[in-house]
Design a binder for this molecule. Structure first.
Ligand code: KIV
Ligand code: ZN
Length: 387
């Protein structure tokens, strides 16, 4: 069986930008969008045009500079939102309006204070209005993760009949378990009439740390678009991390899925978004964290020096990182010390290594990490003691 293409819908500039304190101006957003296009994403959600004049301007500017990717603007199922999104998207080569409404009982009863019937009516009206402006309309059923499957299927079917081209199934609160989310997508594939003509999309939040697992469960069960952000930034605990799902599909050929993302740009893209949006990346973050290819315990270092694949399932070069790093700490062994010494020009004999290793451990116990400057000083000791 051939591999199936999974569309990457990046929402760094919309859901990602909802992180407190990481507001970007229009010029910065245009730069992020251009880099996302270079990275190879299929859809760029550029913003929520009704939310502020600044966001309108950003979506409008991005719509005019992006030539390959689809540019998407968010709206609620509210007439003025949709009209404003359509206005902002003018000039886009591939415009998409993203509109929708809450479908879980919690949203219907408490947030919207309405009935399921009225929600369906609003969903239909919203999709029809969006469709009068653009061909490509994505419908989101907010809190689909906690919506009962039968009602969700009904809303989705009505949205499709009204003209939706994409059905977004958000786990808005990050509540679902992977099996449950996968089963939801499977249920929709089997129970929504006309679903084969539409793209089913995952949009998973990370409140329980399951966003990546849920998105992957979604594509295994028939979704063909994943919504995600660089570094997984987003509302509360964030969204599915783009770099994670792209690498899961790349490293697991058995899934038979692929994306058009140029993985060698992932590390630089992560750093760029982190700097521009002023959201640091946690050191142990999968794929792009500072420690993702760093080895510090003696046992691991010895294995990696002999064969990188002993402790690495990804070649760092594949994500744009030059090399794995061997970090010298008090947990490091002789193999790591010899390796790092060699890197800075000292080929130590076995005896010399035995001599300097004790000095190395003393320095390592005093400092958190032994750096090249320390190594030069330690290397001098090999002569003094050896003669
Ligand atoms: O999490 C969510 O439900 C959303 C929708 C607006 C798509 O971000
Ligand atoms: Zn979201």
């Amino acid at each position: 069986m051939d591999k199936q293409k999974i569309q990457i819908f990046d929402t760094t500039l919309r859901d990602g930008e909802q992180v407190p304190g990481c507001k970007l101006d229009t010029a910065e957003k245009i730069e992020v969008a251009l880099r996302l296009e270079q990275l190879g994403v299929d859809v760029i959600e550029a913003g929520f045009p009704i939310s502020s004049p600044g966001d309108f301007e950003s979506v409008h500017s991005i719509a005019r500079v992006i030539r390959e990717a689809t540019v998407c603007g968010l709206s609620r199922a509210v007439e003025k939102d949709i009209i404003t999104a359509a206005e902002a998207l003018k000039g886009a080569v591939r415009p998409r309006i993203h509109t929708g409404i809450g479908t879980s009982d919690s949203h219907v009863v408490h947030k919207l204070q309405t009935t399921r019937e009225k929600v369906v009516e609003r969903a239909i009206a919203a999709v029809k209005l969006a469709k009068s402006f653009v061909e490509d309309v994505e419908f989101y059923a907010e809190d689909a993760g906690r919506t009962d499957n039968q009602f969700l299927a009904y809303v989705c079917e009505e949205a499709l009949k009204a003209g939706a081209t994409v059905l977004n199934i958000p786990d808005t609160t990050g509540y679902c378990l992977p099996d449950e989310y996968g089963a939801k997508i499977k249920y929709l594939k089997e129970n929504v009439k006309g679903v084969h003509k539409a793209t089913l999309s995952t949009h998973c939040h990370n409140d329980l740390g399951l966003a990546t697992a849920n998105s992957i469960a979604g594509v295994i069960h028939g979704a063909t678009q994943i919504e995600c952000t660089i570094n997984g930034i987003g509302e509360r605990a964030g969204n599915t991390a783009l770099e994670e799902i792209v690498m899961v599909m790349r490293q697991h050929p058995d899934l038979k899925k692929y994306t058009d993302v140029d993985t060698t740009m992932l590390s630089a893209m992560s750093a760029y978004v982190s700097d521009t949006m002023r959201v640091p990346v946690q050191p142990n973050k999968a794929i792009v964290g500072a420690n993702a290819f760093a080895h510090s315990s003696g046992i691991h270092q010895d294995g990696v020096i002999k064969n990188r694949e002993t402790y690495e399932i990804i070649d760092p070069k594949d994500v744009g990182v030059n090399n794995s790093s061997i970090i010298l700490t008090a947990r490091s062994g002789r193999a790591a010390l010899a390796y790092r010494m060699k890197n800075i020009g000292y080929e130590l004999t076995r005896d010399e290594l035995d001599i300097v290793y004790d000095s190395f451990l003393k320095v390592a116990d005093e400092k958190k990490e032994v750096l090249d400057d320390d190594l030069h000083q330690i290397a001098e000791l090999r002569h003094k003691v050896a003669v």
